[in-house]
Design a protein around this ligand. Structure first.
Ligand code: XLS
Ligand code: NI
Ligand code: NI
Length: 434
């Protein structure tokens, strides 16, 4: 039985008018000597594709899901797996991500929930073997259940903390069982609603202890993939401790976790933090800490995590410039942490949505590669700092100069004559390639 009314989506090229075809994403086409598929490493999130009913704060779900009987049963969860793999096959996505509670139901107690998870993981494992699909990362949902309303790893209640630890232990073991390439921590409730009731220092210490236990357990079970932290400043909490790239790096350094973690950056979270995605990526890349990307976008007019599909070529070009600059993704990928609008309720809309995201990234990749091949942008930046390529510059950069030495030179030199930053010229240059 087929659940999505289409055949496998093929590449037809930029002149195609077929809405159910790729115009730019041509998986095996080489860009700078590497296939598009290997550059982009697209992943689909189980939570949005299979579980998002498309509700909003003012109304319930609209998504039509004829395959779902609406029950919280393990059987229903097992049925969804077939539909998800039909989706992956038709759209041509080779990686996926999940939360434990997306793939399997939370039942009466922890051992019942664990058993349900085992049953679904066994089926996922079979499907992965049949199709070659890989798990990009797994994660535990420590934010939906009422017990986590005041946090999981930062809950003031030790019994909740303990429960969260058990849940992450199991999710980690399931990730390992499915040969997952990474494991993500997104701490939606790891923050606070008000500082009036919060001991921030103690909560951060607890969070770090939690993450160290995760590292230890990964070692014990032989899970080698990186852990990812996914920054987001707020929503649902007023303030989330992992607020942006810089805050995460500081936390990881302070608590000696740098060797085991990388960042999973989400475009809409960057926007909520008041940064561009390019900024967030640059901060992470400079520290050698960019692991993976949750590829979506926000809305300039709505102040929450709208998780829209990335269709803005300017944005995808910037993201791909960053990824090419760092030498490409390794364990990570581009996970479409994105959902359809509430009005796009038919199953086929899932296909349209992902075609759009994949094409926008393929297009952005081609543009980014062309900008790099052209070389003028990079040459401008290099030249802008060329005064530091002098002997004095290298003394400064290697920490071998002093205020006294520089004062002497400043007194002798007189007023510096500086060059233009040429922002508009560079914007025009980028537009040449769009
Ligand atoms: C929510 C986050 C979430 C993570 C996984 O805003 O983006 O979906 O990616 O827990
Ligand atoms: Ni995300
Ligand atoms: Ni998000």
């Amino acid at each position: 039985m087929q659940h999505f009314e289409c055949d496998k989506i093929n590449y037809e090229g930029p002149s195609s008018k077929n809405p159910l075809a790729f115009k730019h994403y041509n998986p095996d086409e080489l860009i700078g000597g590497k296939s598009m598929k290997d550059h982009l490493r697209f992943a689909a999130p189980y939570w949005h594709v299979m579980r998002n009913e498309l509700s909003d704060p003012f109304g319930g779900g609209t998504a039509v899901m004829p395959w779902d009987d609406g029950s919280n049963s393990t059987e229903n969860a097992l049925n969804r797996v077939d539909v998800f793999f039909e989706f992956l096959e038709k759209i041509g996505i080779d990686f996926y991500c999940w939360h434990d509670r997306d793939i399997a139901p939370e039942l009466g107690d922890l051992s019942a929930s664990n058993a349900a998870l085992d049953a679904v993981v066994a089926k996922l494992k079979e499907k992965q073997a049949q199709t070659g699909v890989k798990l990009l990362w797994g994660t535990a949902c420590l934010f939906s259940h009422p017990r986590y309303s005041q946090g999981g790893a930062t809950s003031p209640d030790m019994n909740v903390y303990t429960y969260a630890a058990a849940q992450v232990k199991k999710a980690l073991e399931c990730t390992k069982e499915l040969d997952g390439l990474g494991y993500t921590f997104w701490g939606g409730r790891e923050g606070y609603a008000t500082l009036l009731n919060t001991n921030m220092k103690r909560e951060l210490d607890h969070l770090a202890a939690f993450l160290h236990m995760a590292v230890d357990h990964a070692k014990q079970i032989g899970f080698n993939g990186p852990f990812y932290i996914e920054p987001k400043p707020r929503e649902p909490s007023t303030h989330q401790y992992d607020s942006d790239s810089a805050a995460c790096l500081n936390f990881l350094r302070e608590y000696d976790l740098m060797d085991h973690f990388k960042l999973n950056l989400e475009t809409n979270h960057a926007t909520l933090a008041g940064h561009t995605m390019q900024h967030e990526m640059t901060v992470a890349i400079n520290a050698g800490m960019l692991g993976s990307v949750d590829a979506n976008r926000g809305d300039e007019l709505i102040g929450w995590d709208t998780d829209q599909f990335p269709t803005d070529i300017y944005l995808t070009t910037q993201v791909m410039l960053c990824i090419l600059e760092m030498g490409g993704l390794t364990t990570g990928g581009l996970n479409f942490d994105a959902k359809r609008r509430r009005e796009s309720h038919e199953p086929i809309d899932l296909i349209h949505a992902h075609i759009g995201g994949m094409d926008a990234f393929a297009h952005g990749l081609k543009i980014a590669q062309a900008i790099r091949d052209d070389g003028r942008l990079a040459a401008f930046v290099q030249d802008r700092y060329s005064s530091f390529d002098s002997e004095l510059g290298s003394q400064i950069e290697s920490g071998k100069s002093s205020f006294a030495a520089l004062e002497k030179i400043a007194l002798a030199n007189g007023e510096p004559i500086i060059a233009s930053g040429r922002q508009e010229m560079l914007e025009n240059l980028v537009n040449e390639f769009l």
